[in-house]
Design a protein around this ligand. Structure first.
Ligand SMILES: [Zn+2]
Length: 293
C-alpha cells in the first residue's frame, strides 16, 4: 500500500466528488465513452474516503505490517501515501479506534492495540441490543445458545482442568459464597465464576462468545422481588458445577450446569427489555439479582 496515489491532485480539501460521468453532456460521444469506461478507477467519492483509509489500514494491521504495539504513520504521512486529505485520514483512524484496534494519543500518534475479547464484544453488543429489542423469539434462542455454550465449556473444563485451575475455580466459588447478602457483589461473583469456567475450558472463543451471550441476555434481565433462599440455592448449584469439574466428571458437570441454568434462565423475560436496567444498577435492597446466571 501507499505505492499508488490515485489522486495526486488532492489536498487538504479531500478528493473531488465523482461527478465526471455525464457531467458534460456536450462532450463528443467518444470522449464520453472513454470517461465512462474509466469510471471504475475514478476518484473515490468523498464520503467513502474515510472508509477506504480504514480498510487499507485494517489490511495492513491484519497482515502484520503494523504489529500490535507499533505506531501507525503520522496523519501527514498517511495523507501523502494515500493521496487523501486530513479529514479522510482522521475519519479512518477514528473508525479503527472505535473498533478497538488502535488507540490515538494526542502528540504520540495511533498505536496498534492487542485485540481482546472484551473489545470485540463491546463492538457487537451495541448493535445486538438494538437487534434484540425487535425480536422476542431471540430471547429463547439466546437462552438455548447460552446453555449449549455453558455445557460445552463445563465439559471441556472438567476434562482438562489442572490443579491450578481447580484452585482458581474454588477461590471464585469462595468469593461468591462470601458475597451472600450483598446483591451487587453476589451478581459480580456469579458472573466471575462463570467466566472462570470459560477460561479454564482453554478456548478463548468460548470466553468471548459466552461473555457476549451473557451481555445480550442482560438486556432481558428482570429484577425479581427478593426470593428468600434463592441466593443459597445458587451457591449450592455453583458448588456442584465446580466440584464436578474438580472431579473431572464431564457428565456430572453437564447435568449441574443444565439444572442451574434451567432454573436461572427463568429470570430472563422478554418484557424486561423496555423496563430497564441491569440488576446490578438497582442497588435496591428489596430486589435481588440472585440468579442471573
Ligand atoms: Zn450461575
Amino acid at each position: 500500500m501507499g505505492s499508488q496515489r490515485e489522486n495526486p491532485s488532492d489536498n487538504e480539501a479531500q478528493a473531488p466528488v465523482a461527478s465526471h460521468a455525464g457531467a458534460q453532456p456536450a462532450s463528443p460521444p467518444a470522449l464520453q465513452a472513454a470517461s465512462q469506461s474509466a469510471a471504475s478507477i475514478a476518484p473515490i467519492p468523498r464520503r467513502k474516503l474515510g472508509h477506504e483509509v480504514q480498510e487499507r489500514l485494517l489490511a495492513e494491521i491484519r497482515s502484520g505490517h503494523f504489529p500490535v504495539g507499533s505506531l501507525l504513520p503520522s496523519e501527514r504521512e498517511l495523507m501523502a501515501r494515500m493521496g487523501v486529505g486530513r479529514p479522510a485520514v482522521r475519519e479512518g483512524l477514528q473508525a479503527l479506534e472505535r473498533m478497538g484496534l488502535i488507540s490515538i494519543v494526542h502528540g504520540e500518534g495511533a498505536r496498534v492495540q492487542p485485540l481482546s475479547a472484551d473489545s470485540v464484544i463491546s463492538q457487537i453488543s451495541a448493535s445486538a441490543v438494538h437487534l434484540l429489542s425487535g425480536d422476542r423469539q431471540l430471547l429463547e434462542q439466546l437462552k438455548d445458545a447460552r446453555l449449549a455454550f455453558e455445557v460445552a465449556m463445563a465439559r471441556t473444563a472438567a476434562m482438562r482442568a489442572s490443579d491450578e485451575d481447580i484452585a482458581t475455580l474454588r477461590a471464585a466459588l469462595d468469593a461468591h459464597r462470601a458475597s451472600l447478602g450483598d446483591p451487587v457483589r453476589f451478581l459480580e461473583t456469579d458472573l466471575a465464576l462463570h467466566k472462570t469456567i470459560a477460561v479454564v475450558s482453554g478456548n478463548p472463543v468460548y470466553v468471548a462468545v459466552s461473555q457476549a451471550l451473557l451481555h445480550w441476555l442482560q438486556n432481558f434481565y428482570e429484577d425479581l422481588v427478593r426470593a428468600p433462599g434463592a441466593e443459597a440455592v445458587t451457591v449450592v448449584e455453583h458448588g456442584r458445577i465446580v466440584e464436578c469439574i474438580a472431579r473431572q466428571d464431564p457428565d456430572g458437570a453437564e447435568r449441574a450446569v443444565r439444572e442451574h441454568l434451567t432454573r436461572a434462565n427463568q429470570r430472563y423475560h422478554s418484557g424486561a427489555i423496555e423496563s430497564t436496567p441491569r440488576a446490578s444498577d438497582s442497588g435496591d435492597a428489596g430486589h435481588e439479582p440472585a440468579a442471573l446466571s
